[in-house]
Design a protein around this ligand. Structure first.
Ligand code: AMP
Length: 428
């Protein structure tokens, strides 16, 4: 009979196995610690939302909504989507529950986008991020950017460039968009076809990485020169704040980012060691009109998202954030075929030690091989002799050969002593 074809992970999506997944654990832990220190609390919300949330939030015409969203219908015919990003869902949560402001939250989430998969670009990727709703104080913009900056530094990343820009408010942006459109119409012939034919949304052209379009937008009018007094002052206070905290940054007048909801401050972190189009490792900005667009009160907001896979690629490129899982305290090799391993594991785990064991009948040699492979500090060997005497043999796997007989009742204490002798602490 022929074997059925194996089922594989969906194109553009990846499995993460131990011990690489341990790096992810630590990554999220460090992020949580960094932002909790600034008063941010974890928010959890469903992975699926109604499609109209993203249409209203990210924008009906954005690439993400028109081309990249994973949409589905439930059995009642509701149109749902797997979240393509983390901000709109958080805003929906705010509108639904109306927590007191300023509301400061963080999240860790998968995000789904039907993009062309390539190195550093997946159809499911993962993000950690923060959002704050309820203040338009530019010091908050500084705080948010400083948190992302501290996080990268905590991971050991040294080659990170921070680009900043202001998208202005609705009023000054409208004037700018007209000026930009007029300029692009004059240079229509030099643009890629897809842009030349659709100049109704000229900001998109600023995002385009095509060299021909870049050459045109290089000399285009700059949004920063069209800011009204309030937006200009807001942006100045933001950049002065960054400088005061020693956070290096540069102005990128073309930084508009792909979502419609941004107003005023936008920023993006690039890993300069990743020489590819996929070197954006995080970004975000203000969205002062989004809460209203989603049906809530007029509350301003700001946030960022950091791509986990991309940051890990950047860490690999820089040779930083190399973490390996802690080894086990002990590994039990039971040669008696009885219940000793079961009971010893349970007792030691209850006492706070990390312990694994071999299953099935094993020789001492095979059992010890497994013990070594597990990375455990010690092997606990139970033979017929030991069983009868109510003892075990405790073998130190780090200083080969040294072993002692220990009464069962003394085992937890002996493990602690062993860990102290080798300068480590057993896990608790
Ligand atoms: P965005 O929501 O587009 O601002 O994305 C936030 C961050 O997520 C980016 O800076 C990237 O690091 C990461 N990211 C976005 N799209 C992808 C993708 N398709 N694959 C991997 N990482 C991504």
């Amino acid at each position: 009979m022929s074997q059925p074809a194996p089922v594989r992970a969906v194109k553009g999506m990846k499995d993460v196995l131990w011990p690489e997944s341990y790096r992810w654990e630590v990554f999220v832990e460090i992020f949580a610690r960094t932002v909790q220190r600034a008063g941010y609390g974890l928010v959890l919300s469903p992975l699926v939302e109604e499609v109209r949330l993203f249409q209203r939030g990210i924008g009906d015409h954005s690439e993400v909504v028109t081309k990249e969203m994973y949409e589905l219908s439930d059995r009642d015919g509701r149109r749902l989507a797997l979240r393509p990003e983390g901000t709109a869902p958080v805003v929906r949560v705010f509108v639904e529950h109306r927590p007191t402001v300023p509301w400061k939250v963080w999240y860790a989430t998968p995000a789904f986008r039907y993009e062309r998969p390539q190195a550093g670009r997946y159809r499911e990727h993962h993000q950690v991020g923060v959002e704050v709703i309820g203040s338009d104080d530019p010091d908050l913009d500084v705080e948010v950017v400083a948190l992302a900056d501290s996080f990268y530094k905590e991971l050991g990343l040294g080659h990170v460039a921070l680009a900043v820009n202001s998208m202005g408010c609705g009023a000054c942006r409208a004037i700018y968009v007209d000026a930009l459109r007029a300029y692009l119409i004059d240079h229509r012939d030099e643009l890629r076809d897809e842009h030349a034919q659709r100049l109704d949304r000229p900001l998109r052209v600023l995002d385009c990485k095509d060299p021909a379009c870049r050459a045109v937008t290089e000399k285009a009018p700059r949004l920063i020169d069209f800011l009204d007094e309030d937006c200009k002052e807001h942006f100045e206070r933001f950049t002065q704040g960054l400088s005061a905290l020693g956070i290096e940054h540069h102005l990128d007048p073309r930084l508009v980012r792909g979502f419609d909801y941004y107003t005023r401050t936008t920023f993006e972190f690039a890993a300069t060691e990743l020489h590819s189009a996929q070197n954006a490792i995080g970004g975000g900005g203000r969205y002062d009109a989004l809460v209203e667009q989603v049906g809530g009160p007029a509350e301003p907001g700001i946030g960022f998202a950091i791509g986990i896979e991309r940051v890990l690629l950047a860490c690999d490129a820089e040779g930083c954030f190399e973490v390996s899982p802690p080894g086990l305290d002990a590994f039990v090799v039971d040669l008696t075929g009885g219940a000793a391993a079961r009971d010893i594991c349970h007792e030691l785990r209850q006492a706070g030690a990390s312990v694994d064991r071999a299953f099935g009948n094993r020789s001492l040699r095979a059992g010890l091989r497994l013990a070594h492979r597990s990375g455990a500090r010690a092997a606990i060997i139970v033979g017929a002799d030991e069983l009868q005497a109510g003892e075990v043999t405790l073998r130190d796997l780090r200083s080969e050969g040294s072993q002692e007989r220990v009464p069962r009742s003394e085992l937890a204490r002996a493990l602690v002593a062993l860990a102290q002798r080798s300068g480590e602490h057993p896990r608790s």
